[in-house]
Ligand binder design. Structure first.
Ligand code: HEC
Ligand code: HEC
Length: 346
């Protein structure tokens, strides 16, 4: 008989935070603490030096025009609340992430150290714009990278409510006019100021509010293995990556498989593979005791390999041998119409 394993995910996250100091006499934010946190949880996507694009479409945080216009509050809130609907998770405690406020501010202090260009004030009052006049310009010049309605990607989701909550109109206009040198974002020096205003008005018209469900915190790790009495799946031994169709076929055949969601809890709640356990890659050591070594475990994320690859490496370093990474990631699993679930339960 197998006891149902239940672990409070947020407790595990709290342990991580406590280990880094979050009591009443917590130390002030420090760039050197931020550097360590960055190496642990951000570099795998944003690159060791903030150059961006180490995984997925994670932006260049060290970009001179970005840091000249992004205030500390912009950075703090972007990190704490993430960008729901993208692979940028919420890293703050209030949204189920691992970091308390001091740690988030330490990350901001570290990232601020990359700023090379003088700060450009972006606080002035909004210039009025007309979304209808922005639409044809957007379709012709922006949609290929930012998606038809600013939410489809592949690059920064300009219609994301969290981005639009932190970005002033001037922040957006300077980004359009000066671009992000060193990335694919060009400087649109030929777009007149009035048209920039129309584009900004269009972006604002697309903001989708964040649903309450997306800010719940996962409660339990769950039973982990599906079909626990079934045979082992026919995975290629030693293969780091296993395609989604192979995994689904083996699951349908009744093979014993456990899915481990390597992303931060906010992403798990927004949508995970049905039956998956939430095992954030940065907290994996706290969950090892609860994971079976005799059954196949599939690590997945959306990026589609960076976080799941880290989780797999932690497991194999700790003696797990039946581990693989879901090759195409959870987004392709969902696109295929394979079972997904929303909310905090497996
Ligand atoms: C799984 C990959 C991934 C990880 C890990 C990750 N990010 Fe991100 N991050 C992204 C992506 C992708 C975006 C852009 C989201 C979009 O499409 O709008 C982003 C956006 C951001 C932004 C906003 C940038 C802008 O131009 O508006 C900041 C700031 C940021 N991330 C900081 C961090 C920090 C700090 C960490 C570590 C605590 C982190 N990220 C971890 C993928 C990641
Ligand atoms: C060739 C692809 C491409 C095109 C075309 C493009 N962008 Fe971008 N855009 C990007 C990339 C990539 C980034 C992120 C750069 C980075 O890593 O810092 C970005 C960033 C931005 C940002 C800053 C977002 C942030 O959070 O920092 C804004 C605003 C923006 N683009 C608006 C536009 C608008 C408006 C247009 C059309 C006039 C446009 N872009 C056309 C690729 C593109």
């Amino acid at each position: 008989m197998r006891a149902k394993l239940v672990v409070v995910g947020s407790l595990a996250a709290a342990t991580i935070g406590a280990a880094c100091g979050s009591s009443d006499d917590a130390p002030p934010p420090s760039a050197s603490d931020g550097q360590k946190l960055y190496a642990d949880t951000c570099a795998l996507c944003h690159g060791a030096r903030g150059e961006g694009y180490a995984a997925d479409q994670a932006t260049a945080l060290a970009s001179p025009t970005f840091l000249a216009t992004a205030s500390d509050e912009f950075l703090r809130r972007s990190i704490a609340r993430g960008r729901p609907g993208t692979t940028m998770s919420a890293w703050g405690r209030a949204r189920g992430g691992p970091y308390d406020d001091v740690q988030v501010r330490s990350l901001v202090a570290f990232i601020r150290g990359w700023q090379t260009a003088p700060t450009i004030p972006v606080g002035s009052a909004a210039a009025p714009g007309d979304p209808a006049k922005g639409a044809p310009i957007y379709a012709a010049r922006c949609a290929s990278c930012h998606g038809a309605t600013g939410n489809e990607g592949p690059n920064v989701r300009l219609g994301n409510a969290e981005l639009l909550a932190v970005a002033t109109d001037d922040f957006l206009r300077v980004a359009i006019a000066q671009g992000r040198p060193g990335t694919k974002m060009p400087a649109f020096t030929d777009i007149a100021e009035a048209d920039q205003g129309h584009l900004v008005a269009l972006l604002r018209s697309w903001a989708k509010p964040v649903s309450e469900e997306e800010i719940a915190i996962p409660g339990t790790l769950g039973p982990i293995v599906q079909n626990p009495t079934g045979p082992d799946p026919a995975f290629t031994p030693g293969a780091r990556y296993t395609p989604v169709d192979v995994v689904k076929r083996e699951l349908d055949r009744g093979a014993a498989i456990g899915f481990l969601d390597a992303r931060a809890p906010s992403d798990y709640v927004a949508g995970h593979i049905a039956g998956a356990a939430d095992v954030p890659f940065y907290a994996a050591r706290d969950y090892l005791f609860a994971l079976p070594k005799d059954k196949w475990l599939i690590c997945y994320c959306a990026c589609p390999h960076a976080e799941s690859g880290r989780l797999m490496d932690t497991l194999t370093a700790n003696g797990f041998t039946k581990v693989t990474v879901l090759d195409e990631g959870v987004n392709v699993w969902a696109e295929r119409g394979y079972p997904m679930r929303k909310g905090p339960s497996p």
